[in-house]
Design a protein around this ligand. Sequence first.
Ligand SMILES: [Zn+2]
Length: 107
Amino acid sequence: MLYNNLIEILEVIALGSLYFLVATLSIVIPELTRDTYHYLSHSRKCKFLRKLHGNHHQIIKPRAKDFSNLDLEKYISSQWQNDIPENFVMLVISFLFPTLVFVLFNL
Ligand SMILES: [Zn+2]
């Protein structure tokens, strides 16, 4: 009886730990995906991403911090060329990771 209760407690702890790990990685993995996407966008190896990201940095200059002279049409264009694909990749990875974990562990 005591042995069965101990096994049940350990199962609950193991399952809780797994959920905590999945929740934590669900935050960390999209952030790593964004950083990797940004790194590849600055890499000379991915010329397509580099061109799209270059358009983004022509509009968004983080060090300037003054967005008052922002050309709205170019800003929207850079959003479509850089930010939306980047967020789409993050979204796909965000869905894939927990789905994969739940399928693999049959949860
Ligand atoms: Zn950049």
